[in-house]
Design a binder for this molecule. Structure first.
Ligand code: AMP
Length: 564
């Protein structure tokens, strides 16, 4: 293929690792037995790699004692905590498939997930942020509640047999997590070792329900090989090593936490620091300063919240060296402050999606600021990417089209959903990301929007990201999301939904006036609306389809008049 086409193939001096998730923890425990593996600040937990393996193995034997067998699915519905990580490794050691359930899910979504993948057991946190999970389960299983110790026999959930409550104080109708460790004693350690030795790294290990910025959740099924390698190469991308202390405020139920966080740390011997059970900017600032963290992860909105915290200046963040910003595009103003005021001089940008385990592009340490803010870096080792037009042809460098990725990281498929799998991964193995991108002459990739996000106004293609980036320079704008709304004359019109900085007033006129003459007329928002919050996924992604729906209903209620 000619060099001008938008096709990339990532190389590396490091081969892919054919090892299971449990295997990499065994290796870490052998190499760094006494090094800190995990600090969970809100639980007062501090353990080394040897202890992490011992505790994960005890839990794995507990799962076996419950009669769970390899290949069966075990769900976890919980915010970040020690038990989550133990469950991640215990399921891996016992060959069970871990099912990550978004802690923001409610009964209807939980029921859907449990039935879709046929979970045998469900672990859940007793409560989190005003959500009483035990009460929700009582409601869900009201017609056939669990007997003692969480034993369930329910006609609508025929596969589900056990409800396990995290912690030590479960009500008698649930099995407590701590009791599992006692039950484990009935299974000899050798049974687990024999079973673990049989695990094939190419087996599925994890089902993740994608976060739904585009609608209905689907269960991306990932193998050990998918996620071990992605974790390892992401860690290499930030030169993670045994001296590092990685602060992880992103959720474990998402790849950002459990792969880019946990597996990157375990494959490189770094310590993981969890500031709180769910994101809180003040907890992150405390954690970084008090644990002397060297690396910090987050989606752009998290970094914005940390920088904007009224107590930001009180914290000494000079221990920070590197980190990852991912999940959405970072405005240049934010990136400047992250480097200058948070000292993340070696921060990298990652781009990816759950279905590709997740990362496929990453900037490199030393990339110029310009590339760092305007692109998502270059292709990851051992992966390929191409950008295609509507006819499936590879476009020339610099032209926009849909981004496709291929290689070791592409999921096995959506669980029990061959139809959607075939739509997402084509016969040649390419994952169709649904993202619009360009690849430049040097191989840097820029995400310009989602296939569905692109606004077509009177025949002109408008990329929301470009307008968002522009409006971020407005001194009153804290954050902005641009969407397309129906327009009788132009087909679609540009709508900017703006969050203003604390304590300032603004009106639509001044935002529009700011754009006039500075950006092309067809990009100037027809509508400007102010909000306090955007609808967000738990991983911090703005749910544009919800904004679009809201704006459409406001517009139709006002008969097309300006809704502002
Ligand atoms: P998820 O499966 O929840 O990880 O979401 C994946 C989607 O997030 C991708 O398809 C992109 O639309 C978006 N995304 C991830 N990383 C970035 C990034 N660095 N810049 C822009 N969009 C991103």
């Amino acid at each position: 293929m000619s060099v001008e086409t938008s096709y990339l193939s990532g190389t590396s001096d490091s081969p892919l690792i054919h090892r299971s998730v449990g295997g990499v923890l065994v290796d870490a425990a052998a190499r760094w037995p006494d090094r800190t593996a995990l600090v969970v600040r809100h639980q007062g937990v501090r353990i080394g790699y040897r202890e992490l393996l011992e505790r994960a193995d005890r839990l794995a034997r507990g799962f076996l004692a419950l009669g769970l067998t390899p290949g069966e699915r075990v769900g976890i519905w919980s915010p970040n905590n020690l038990e989550w990580i133990l469950t991640q490794f215990a399921t891996a050691r016992a060959g069970l498939v871990l099912v990550n359930i978004n802690p923001a899910y409610r009964t209807a979504e939980l029921a859907y997930v449990l039935r879709k993948v046929g979970c045998r057991a469900l672990l859940f946190a007793p409560r989190f942020k005003g959500s009483d999970y035990a009460a929700m389960l009582d409601e869900l299983f009201a017609d056939a509640p669990p007997a003692r110790d969480g034993v369930l026999d329910h006609a609508r959930f025929p596969e589900l047999r056990r409800l396990i409550c995290l912690g030590s104080e479960a009500a008698p109708r649930f099995l407590s997590f701590d009791r599992l460790a006692e039950i484990a004693e009935s299974v000899p350690a050798q049974v687990l070792e024999d079973l673990a030795a049989d695990i094939d790294p190419d087996d599925p290990i994890n089902i993740q329900f994608t976060s739904g910025t585009t609608g209905a959740p689907k269960g991306a099924t990932l193998t050990h090989f998918n996620i071990v390698n992605n974790g390892y190469f992401v860690g290499r991308g930030i030169r993670l090593g045994e001296q590092d202390r990685l602060c992880v405020p992103v959720p474990l139920y998402h790849c950002f936490g459990m792969v880019m966080g946990v597996l990157a740390a375990v494959t490189h011997g770094a310590a993981l620091v969890f500031p709180s059970e769910a994101f809180d900017p003040l907890d992150v600032l405390h954690a970084v300063a008090e644990e002397r963290c060297t690396a910090l992860y987050g989606v752009p909105t998290m970094f914005i919240a940390e920088l904007d915290h009224p107590r930001f200046r009180e914290f000494d963040l000079r221990s920070l060296r590197t980190g990852i910003m991912a999940g959405a595009t970072c405005p240049i103003t934010v990136m400047r402050r992250v480097i200058d005021e948070m000292h993340l001089r070696e921060i990298t940008i990652c781009y990816g999606m759950t279905e590709t385990s997740p990362v496929s592009f990453q900037s490199r340490i030393g990339d110029p600021l310009e590339q760092l803010v305007s692109t998502v870096g270059r292709i990851h080792p051992h992966l390929q990417a191409k950008v295609i037009d509507a006819d499936g042809r590879v476009v020339r460098r610099g032209e926009t089209g849909e981004l496709l990725t291929r290689g070791y990281s592409v999921m096995r498929g959506y669980w029990d959903d061959p139809e959607h799998t075939a739509e997402a991964v084509d016969e040649a193995g390419w994952m169709h990301t649904g993202d619009l991108a360009t690849i430049d002459a040097e191989g840097y990739c820029t995400i310009v929007g989602r296939v569905k996000d692109m606004i077509i106004r009177g025949g002109e293609n408008v990329y929301p990201r470009e307008i968002e980036e522009f409006l971020h320079h407005h001194p009153k704008v804290l954050d902005v999301a641009v969407v397309g709304v129906p327009d009788p004359k132009y087909g679609e019109a540009v709508c900017a939904v703006v969050r203003l900085r604390e304590g300032v007033d603004g009106d639509a006129e001044e935002i529009v006036a700011y754009c006039r003459g500075r950006i092309a007329h067809y990009k100037v928002p027809r509508y400007v609306r102010f909000v306090d919050q955007f609808p967000m996924t738990v991983t911090g992604k703005v749910q544009k389809y919800l904004i679009r729906e809201q704006m459409e209903s406001i517009l139709s209620a006002r008969d097309g008049r300006d809704p502002c």
